[in-house]
Write a protein that binds this ligand. Structure first.
Ligand code: IPE
Ligand code: IPE
Ligand code: MG
Length: 254
């Protein structure tokens, strides 16, 4: 934890990303390197989640979105899926009170219908408990897929048009965006992926249109406060042009 306070202090004067999302990858390989089973990696990854949540809160990030389980992860061995579900239940039961104490609003995004009734109830309870909180918004993406998100948004618009409550001419980027999962949050600024791969794996496809991408070889259980602050600091040095020239972008900043 070298100079963490200094790094956070430094972050105060920086351009802090309002919304950060993380593809938390590399648990299985981390465990393998330790000569352990994959499950040990998932368990160790919970501590990294604690660290990034605490750091996001202290660094004034407004929204943190974590990819915990993709719609494709059901294809893993049944035993691994079951452990991941148990771990999810455990974390919900144990950690949500702490999140609430820190004024964090918690939500789960994704197709929850495939989860057990017990898990769905636990999710709803956790969301209700923290619903009025005004600090960091922590979203956990579970059984989430970027394509699914776009399709479910399109379906809502199609249904409104079919019922006559919306005109076809009102279908546009803004109205579709409003129906996507994270529409209530600031635009995604920074997308981090740990674990050394350079892909999005069907995470926030719509939302990542102009996000800055940050890839690190660090495996998720080794990702900590210092590493997160490094990613935030790297974001500060990016020139975001949004299609304009560098000169235009710099002039708008000043
Ligand atoms: C990410 O780690 C966690 C989930 C996808 C649930 P992995 O389990 O994918 O770890 P690697 O990529 O096999 O090392
Ligand atoms: C992405 O990791 C999903 C999560 C981190 C939850 P994966 O390990 O599933 O991605 P791929 O299979 O390497 O693309
Ligand atoms: Mg992986």
């Amino acid at each position: 934890m070298e100079n963490t306070e200094a790094l956070i202090g430094q972050a105060d004067n920086q351009n802090i990303p309002q919304h950060v999302a993380i593809i938390m990858d590399g648990n299985g390989r981390w465990a393998q390197l330790q000569g352990k089973g994959r499950v040990a990696g998932h368990k160790a990854g919970v501590e990294s989640v604690r660290q990034v949540v605490a750091t996001a809160r202290k660094s004034d990030v407004k929204a943190l979105t974590l990819f915990a389980f993709s719609s494709e992860n059901w294809q893993r061995p049944a035993k691994e899926v079951s452990v991941l579900m148990d771990l999810f239940m455990y974390v919900l039961t144990k950690e949500v009170k702490r999140l609430h104490k820190h004024n964090i609003r918690f939500q789960v995004v994704g197709d929850l219908s495939r989860f057990s009734d017990k898990l769905q109830k636990n999710i709803a309870k956790s969301e209700q408990l923290t619903a009025e909180n005004t600090g960091l918004v922590l979203s956990i993406a579970a059984n989430y897929g970027g394509r699914w998100d776009i399709v479910q948004a399109a379906k809502k618009l199609a249904s409104d048009v079919k019922q006559g409550t919306m005109s076809l001419d009102d279908v546009n980027e803004d109205t579709l965006n409003e129906q996507t999962c994270l529409a209530n949050l600031p635009t995604l600024d920074l997308l981090i992926r740990t674990g050394g791969d350079y892909r999005i794996s069907n995470f926030l496809l719509w939302q990542a249109a102009y996000a800055e991408l940050y890839f690190t070889d660090t495996l998720w259980p080794d990702f900590n406060e210092t590493q997160f602050l490094k990613a935030i600091s790297c974001f500060d040095h990016r020139e975001r042009r949004f299609g304009k020239t560098g000169e235009q972008a710099r002039n708008e900043k000043t």
